[in-house]
Write a protein that binds this ligand. Structure first.
Ligand code: R5P
Length: 293
């Protein structure tokens, strides 16, 4: 049995995880001092309790809220402290792409590691960031909930936006016996480039493009436009983590998307797939390590 603490904006997710685990939830308090410094407090008694902090990593300042809450649990004698970070921030910078860069992903996970014995997240941008946390890191897959959503929408083809994203699309497609392919750029002439499925013909098909992140929507908008032109019956844009920055949603709709779909790892109006169940299962499966300090 654990106590679930809802971080900033995390009350809905905390409640869904509580429903699936049968554990109690409690809220945290936040303040911002006049100079901009953040303050966090968990009013509930935590002495001897197994505490689970739920705090997603977007917007990015929530990552600092996460560290404060983990620390609040630790400093107030929780028996164990675990983090549920549905969208793991800073997972893109998982290596040095250029000399002189910060290795943000390692730093972020090492910071969490100083305060928590475990971290559960959903489909991090690169799975191998797990090595920066070590034992206690658990990433769960959103494949099953997305497969359910695609089944309801009678999707014929699941498309990955590129070859690298194909394994996720293939795993989801296999669950609903849909076809799978990935998009690639095809040069039509010296100046014209088309984005099209590598082998499949989408004419008359209900297509879903599935990416791990929809950020500005730029990657998908181009693909949607061309799939519509290629005769797709409908094109659903799905992202495990939907940031939908700026006018991303309008841009995708203008491009011809029939629906925008994301998980509740980041709560938006498009979060109609819940990863609470897979997060809850991971928490129930892996017992919390006792604190060592
Ligand atoms: C990139 O590496 C990710 O997998 C997504 O394809 C990317 O974040 C999407 O970004 P945007 O929506 O801005 O095109």
């Amino acid at each position: 049995v654990a106590l679930i603490v809802a971080g900033e904006g995390a009350a809905p997710m905390a409640r869904r995880i509580a429903d699936a685990t049968g554990w109690a939830t409690t809220d945290a308090e936040f303040k911002t001092f006049p100079d901009g410094e953040a303050y966090a407090r968990i009013p509930a008694a935590m002495d001897g309790q197994h505490v689970v902090i739920v705090q997603t990593g977007y917007p990015p300042e929530r990552f600092w809220r996460l560290l404060l809450l983990l620390n609040a649990a630790r400093e107030n004698r929780a028996a164990s402290v675990r983090a549920v970070v549905p969208y793991l921030a800073y997972a893109r910078q998982d290596r040095l792409f250029q000399p002189g860069e910060a290795l943000s992903s390692r730093l972020a996970l090492e910071c969490v590691r100083t305060q928590a014995s475990g971290l559960v997240t959903v489909d991090p941008h690169k799975e191998d960031v797990a090595r920066f946390f070590g034992p206690g890191f658990r990433s769960v897959s959103a494949e099953a909930p997305f497969a359910d959503a695609f089944r309801t929408r009678r999707i014929d083809v699941v498309l990955a936006p590129d070859a690298g994203a194909r394994p996720r699309a293939a795993a989801v497609a296999a669950r609903l016996a849909a076809a799978v392919d990935h998009l690639e750029k095809k040069r039509l002439s010296g100046t014209e480039v088309e984005v099209a499925p590598k082998t499949l013909d989408v004419r008359g098909k209900r297509v879903a493009i599935l990416d791990d992140i929809i950020s500005t929507g730029g990657t998908m908008a181009k693909a949607v436009e061309q799939l519509v032109r290629q005769g797709a019956a409908s094109v659903l844009c799905a992202g495990v983590h939907g940031l939908f920055l700026g006018d991303a949603a309008d841009r995708l709709r203008r491009a011809g998307a029939s629906e925008l779909l994301a998980s509740d790892s980041i709560e938006t109006e498009h979060s109609r797939v819940s990863v609470a169940g897979v997060l809850a299962s991971a928490l129930l499966e892996a017992p919390a390590a006792q604190r060592t300090r």
